[in-house]
Every structure is written in structure tokens, then in C-alpha cells.
Design a protein around this ligand. Structure first.
Ligand code: NAD
Ligand code: WQD
Length: 338
């Protein structure tokens, strides 16, 4: 079975390529390298010992994408390609809607014209908004998003569900990720944010490596055990394996499936700081700042449905997440360095 991975040079996509190849799947990667390094492909090949066919193509480029489909003839698509910076999406909503929604519309049109109607989509816990209940199960209603990025995920879930309703030949898996962190054990691939990181773990690792002075903790007056925000952090390799398990939901007649991919455990910002210090021996100085606009107090999953139906469960704990994030950052202080 051959899988086309859009956004396969990015953080989660690259780790998923490793797990797909290790599980015996053939892959091809499409990425416009807007937020990824061309070096990733060579590093993937070094990890798996297999060739990774790569196309520098934008998913909005209908002709280019059609050529890839004609060349590779994939059986299924795992669709990671998209813009993902929450704050930037508030400043550039048009760009986010055009890239994420426009891109997915072109992709799915090319897919159906080429007879490939199997897709796994990178969605996000952000679609739950401020969740109606915790732990969040898949039955929790979708909520009100606080930024255009979140709305693109919300709307794309609807669009892909409607495609399946209109044409049951479509098999669609919506995977709602919680907070992916960590890196491959080799330390050769990992998260490579542009500029100052928005997310907690890359910010911490950049403090640890000396690129940033101290962590700014956004609020300590939430209704949580220590007042700082609680999230469900998941090791990116576990997340990647979740995609391999989700492929079984693309069998003919599977229809529409939705899964949370998280660990079911919530850690606060200060829990993460402490775990990082324990796992690495590196001290993380921090200050308490005001709350960040749009943040919620608490968000963690019930991962039971994925375990029951996909046979998938996250294996790595917070220590491994911290160790592996640190190995990547300390081996690559400048990321991919380009
Ligand atoms: P990433 O930015 O590292 O990867 C996305 C990749 O898509 C990049 O390599 C980028 O160059 C590529 N891309 C963007 N627009 C493209 C286009 N028009 N054509 C072709 N390639 C394009 O991000 P990531 O963290 O690996 O996230 C992967 C997916 O998972 C995204 O859809 C993201 O929204 C989603 N997601 C991420 C998180 C997270 O916290 N990282 C959480 C939930 C969901
Ligand atoms: C985690 C916690 C912050 C940075 C975001 C997106 C979400 C999803 C994952 C894609 C919060 C606190 C953070 C810092 C801090 N992405 N924090 N200082 O906000 O849960 O989720 O990424 O879908 O859509 O919104 O992740 O890593 O930004 O924050 O105190 O410098 O760390 O307030 O409590 P978040 P995060």
C-alpha cells in the first residue's frame, strides 16, 4: 500500500514517514517547504535506510499535484500540509483560509479525479474550543474556536465529512491531536520553529540551549492544581504511530471516523518545567506573565476510543518527551540550520 504524505517534511509528517516505512508502507512526500527544511528528506532516509520519494509541490498547485498522483498512484493520503501558527493566523486570516482550506479543496479534488478517496486528516483538539467536559471524548461537541487557524480545522472537518456523506466511497479519518512534543530518538529530526517559538516545549528547549533567556509562563491564576495551564502532551513518535494504526480505518466501507490522539494525562506548565529539569539536569529560569489571549485553563483527552478501535495507545511518558526534545535541540541548536 502506498501513502502520499502531504506536509511530510514538517514536524509531525517527518516522524510519520519514519513509522510508515518501518511498518512496511511505501511512501511519497509532497511539501512546498514553506515551513520545512530540504535536509529532512536525507535525514529520513538515513533513519529508515529507504528512499523517500519527494516532490517540492504546493498542494494548491493543481497541475503539479495531479502529476504527483499520476506518477505515484497512492492508495491513501495522510494530509499534514497546512499553516499552523495560531497568532499569525489572527494577523493573516486570508492566508490561513486560502492555504489550509483552499489547499485541501484542491487536494481532495485531485484525489477524487485520480480515484483515491482515502484520507487521514490532521485535525486538532482546538476544534473543541473551551471544552464542554474533561477528559474530552470524541462525543464532546465541537466548540467556538478563538482564532482563524482553529476555524480552518473546524471547517475542514466539516468539509471532509460532507464529502463522505455525498459520496460514501470516501473513507475519512479525522485525527484530533492534543499537544505533540518530543522528537525521534536519533535526535536527527524534530520541531524546527521559525523565529521565537509560540509553543511551550520548543520555547523551553531554546531557553535550555541558551538561545532565549527565560521562559514566560502565561498566567498562574487558572483553576488548575498550580494555577498554570494544563495540557495533554503527547510524544510525536506515539502520534506518528497513531497514523499507522488509523490506516486500518481506510478499508472499503469504513466511512467517517474521528479519534483523539492524546495520552489522557494533563500536565501544567510548571509540571513541564519540573519534568524537563529532572529529565535533563538543565535549569529553566522563568517569570510569570499575564495570561495569553485565547488560552484555556485545561485541555486533556480521553484516548479510550483510539485504544479500543485502533489498538493504539501512547507509550512514552513525560520524561521521554523531555529527554527526546532536548536531544534534538542540543544536537541541533540551530534546528536544521538553513
Ligand atoms: P509543520 O509546519 O512542521 O508541517 C506542516 C508542513 O506542511 C510543513 O512542512 C509545510 O512546509 C507544509 N505546507 C504548508 N502549506 C503547504 C502547501 N500549501 N503545500 C504543500 N506543503 C505545505 O507542522 P506540524 O506541527 O508538523 O503539523 C502538521 C499538521 O498537524 C498541520 O496540519 C497542523 O495544523 C496539524 N496539527 C499540529 C499540531 C501541533 O501542535 N504541532 C497540533 C494539532 C494539529
Ligand atoms: C501550552 C501551555 C500556554 C508558551 C497550541 C494550539 C493548538 C495546537 C497545539 C495545533 C499553555 C503555556 C506556552 C510559552 C507558556 N496546535 N505557554 N509560555 O496553546 O495548548 O496549543 O498548539 O493545532 O491549536 O493552540 O500549546 O504549547 O502554545 O501552550 O506559558 O511561552 O503552555 O499558556 O498553557 P496550546 P502551547
Amino acid at each position: 500500500m502506498k501513502i502520499l504524505v502531504t506536509g511530510g517534511a514538517g514536524f509531525i509528517g517527518s516522524h510519520t514517514v519514519v513509522e510508515l516505512q518501518s511498518a512496511g508502507y511505501e511512501v511519497a512526500v509532497v511539501d512546498n517547504l514553506y515551513n520545512a527544511s530540504p535536509k529532512v528528506i536525507g535525514r529520513l532516509e538515513a533513519i529508515t535506510g529507504k528512499k523517500v520519494p519527494f516532490y517540492k509541490v504546493d498542494i494548491r498547485d493543481r497541475e503539479g499535484l495531479t502529476e504527483v498522483f499520476e506518477q505515484e498512484k497512492p492508495d491513501a493520503v495522510i494530509h499534514f500540509a497546512g499553516l499552523k501558527a495560531v497568532g499569525e493566523s489572527v494577523r493573516k486570516p486570508w492566508e490561513y483560509y486560502e492555504n489550509n482550506i483552499g489547499g485541501t479543496l484542491v487536494l481532495t479534488d485531485v484525489m477524487r479525479k485520480c480515484g483515491c478517496k482515502n484520507i487521514i486528516f490532521s485535525s486538532s483538539a482546538t476544534v473543541y474550543g473551551d471544552p464542554a467536559f474533561i477528559p474530552i471524548t470524541e462525543e464532546c461537541p465541537k466548540g467556538t474556536c478563538t482564532n482563524p487557524y482553529g476555524w480552518t480545522k473546524w471547517m475542514l472537518e466539516q468539509i471532509l465529512s460532507d464529502l463522505h456523506t455525498a459520496d460514501p466511497e470516501w473513507n475519512v479519518v479525522l485525527l484530533r491531536y492534543f499537544n505533540p512534543i518530543g522528537a525521534h530518538k536519533s535526535g536527527t529530526i524534530g520541531e524546527n520553529p521559525n523565529g521565537i517559538p509560540n509553543n511551550l516545549m520548543p520555547y523551553i528547549t531554546q531557553v535550555a540551549v541558551g538561545k532565549l533567556e527565560k521562559l514566560h509562563v502565561f498566567g498562574n491564576d487558572y483553576d488548575t492544581h498550580d494555577g498554570t495551564g494544563v495540557r495533554d502532551y503527547i510524544h510525536v513518535v506515539d502520534l506518528a504511530k497513531g497514523h499507522v494504526c488509523a490506516l486500518k480505518k481506510l478499508e472499503p466501507g469504513s466511512g467517517l471516523s474521528i479519534y483523539n490522539l492524546g495520552t489522557g494525562v494533563g500536565y501544567s506548565v510548571l509540571d513541564i518545567v519540573n519534568s524537563f529539569e529532572e529529565a535533563t539536569g538543565v535549569k529553566i529560569p522563568y517569570v510569570i506573565d499575564p495570561r495569553r489571549a485565547g488560552d484555556i485553563a485545561e485541555c486533556y483527552s480521553s484516548p479510550e476510543k483510539a485504544e479500543k478501535e485502533l489498538g493504539w495507545k501512547a507509550e512514552n511518558g513525560i520524561r521521554e518527551m523531555c529527554e527526546d526534545a532536548w536531544r534534538w535541540q542540543s544536537m541541533n541548536p540551530q534546528g536544521y540550520g538553513d
